[in-house]
Design a protein around this ligand. Structure first.
Ligand code: GLN
Length: 543
């Protein structure tokens, strides 16, 4: 059977070679936002090993100095590909190094905003480089470098300058090699996307046909080919957007030969197992088995206070149960005349996981391989199928909408694998689980009903919110009776990448309504507090 074609063979692709900058993934994201498909590979990629041809190559920034003896360098074959190249920061310096070793340490680092003057300056009648078409003569850009070009490489011209960088942008116009000292991929360069569009669309002539509609059709086809006419696939679903989208895609491709399993571990949100069943079975038609193992989990968690222990118990028990269930399903599947064996395990890997595992970590670093859920597929002798591995989170959401998944689910806040067990500090008991579930349900209901000043729901405006339970009890008064009850902590944060996050501010009316409702409606709660630490120093979850 032919190997089913991955996106880089179906869509015009810009290859981003990563030299270890913290911004490299943003280059790929900006391209995707322009509907141009892009993939990232480490700078050490040998081009002879590439089975596809990019429409253009971008060399990223990086923390090294090109002139250092252990600095990473691009495979010189890149210059024989006969496609346009754009070097960004280290990438620009790498171009200059390749074409004449013209790079030195600067006298001082240039970090932050700079004014870029695009040549020719106002009033002159020469031509503007195609890289800067449609841009003003002066624009703000973001710089972050310490090295600089000592002179222009042969046959290159200067196409922009800044006060500190006489070679802020250079070009070899006949070969279509371009270099910029600034970072067009960051939002601190407000018109940076136009520079990237000029490179990808006008210079590389990449078609802007990367849409989730096109991807969906091609991916469904790819899954069908991969699994074959009889193969079967098993996968876990959690109710989160990634696993729901992956499950729906599998269902579109192979119908009931995809078996979804949901394990109710007793520390899910209120009514979650019921809701997931409703959504996946009734609304999306996915073949789903729900295993209610809540008692098994809760009895194993009895007396356990250490968060790491809680995580381990939940993770290992999950694998055990999933394996038991998979065996049952496989047995039944064997008796289905039209289908073959279960050969694949569905995994909801996203592109950021792939990027994390292949990004360039340094000249001597060994590259970390991507780990999968507790080694389960290997243990069960299953092959992995990862239909979302080329997608960023926002693309998963877009395809979810495309697949007709309800908006509420598509925009659902993240929920940790160990569930409420890590939102209950200390021992997990059925009573504490009930209290957190109820308090959380009230908080979510109010967040969904509440609006920001410009009319978006608070839930959408917030990146992640939840109720948690602190370990100590406090005193309260209910109906003239002293209550020694639990302390509920509410947390809500706003973030773009979940690496850093800021606590969200509510107005007084909203905050007191939520607090009053939890105090009145959830039996056993004596206090409601708001947890307003940012990340760092805190993490988003409590344990
Ligand atoms: N390390 C190089 C310098 O300091 C490149 C920096 C970068 O790519 N951001 O100039």
């Amino acid at each position: 059977m032919d190997d089913p074609a991955p996106p880089h063979q179906l869509f015009d692709t810009i290859l981003v070679l990563d030299f270890g900058s913290q911004y490299t993934h943003l280059i790929t994201r900006r391209l995707r936002e322009l509907n141009v498909y892009s993939e990232m590979l480490p700078c050490t990629q040998k081009l002879a090993d590439l089975t596809w041809k990019p429409k253009g190559v971008i060399l990223s920034g990086g923390p090294y100095s090109v002139y250092a003896s252990d600095a990473p360098h691009v495979d010189p074959e890149v210059f024989n590909l006969d496609v346009p190249i754009l070097g960004i920061c280290y990438g620009l310096q790498e171009l200059a190094w390749h074409f004449g070793k013209n790079v030195l340490a600067g006298e001082k680092r240039e970090y932050g905003r700079a004014a870029l003057n695009i040549h020719p300056r106002n009033g002159q009648e020469a031509h503007v480089s195609r890289l800067f078409e449609g841009l003003p003569d002066d624009m703000d850009v973001w710089m972050s470098h310490g090295d600089k070009l000592s002179r222009l490489p042969d046959d290159f011209i200067t196409i922009a300058t800044s006060a500190n960088s006489p070679y802020a942008a250079i070009a070899h116009e006949s070969k279509e090699y371009y270099g910029v000292q600034f970072h067009p991929e960051v939002t601190h360069t407000p018109k940076g996307t136009q520079v990237i569009r000029n490179f990808a669309v006008s210079i590389c002539k990449a078609r802007q046909n990367w849409t989730m509609e096109a991807f969906r059709d091609k991916e469904v086809e790819r899954i069908r080919k991969l699994v074959g006419p009889k193969g079967q696939v098993i996968g876990a679903v959690s109710g989160g957007v990634d696993s729901t989208v992956a499950a729906k895609l599998m269902h579109e491709a192979i119908g009931d030969r995809f078996h979804a399993v949901m394990v109710d571990n007793g520390v899910l949100r209120k009514d979650e197992a019921k809701q997931v069943k409703q959504t996946l079975t009734k609304n999306l038609g996915v073949n789903l088995t729900v295993v209610d193992a809540s008692e098994r989990f809760l009895s194993l968690l009895k007396g356990v206070e250490d968060p790491e222990k809680k995580r381990k118990i939940i993770g290992n028990t999950f694998i055990e149960i999933f394996e038991e269930e998979a065996k049952k399903i496989a047995k039944e599947a064997e008796n289905t005349p039209r289908a073959g064996n279960i050969e694949y395990f569905l995994q909801g890997t996203l592109y950021p996981d792939v990027i994390e595992s292949i990004s360039f970590k340094g000249p001597s670093a060994t590259i970390k391989t991507h780990h999968n859920v507790g080694g389960l597929p290997e243990k069960m002798n299953l092959k992995l199928i990862e239909p979302l591995r080329e997608l960023f989170k926002d693309e998963v959401r877009a395809i979810g909408t495309e697949l007709g998944i309800a908006e509420e689910l598509v925009w659902r806040h993240p929920f940790p694998g160990p569930g409420l067990a890590i939102r209950i500090i200390g021992e997990v008991t059925p009573e504490k689980v009930r209290i957190v579930q109820e308090a959380d349900a009230i908080f979510m209901e109010e967040l969904k009903a509440g609006k920001t000043k410009d009319g978006t729901s608070l839930y959408r405006d917030i990146s992640q919110a939840f109720a948690a339970l602190f370990v100590d009890k406090a005193v309260g008064v209910v109906g003239d009776q002293r209550l020694h009850g639990y302390v509920i902590a509410l947390r809500a944060v706003k973030t773009t990448d979940f690496m850093t996050a800021k606590a969200y501010w509510f107005d007084e009316e909203f905050a007191s309504r939520v607090s009053d409702r939890i105090g009145n409606e959830v039996q056993g709660v004596a206090r409601v507090v708001y947890e307003w630490t940012s990340k760092p120093p805190a993490t988003i979850e409590l344990e």
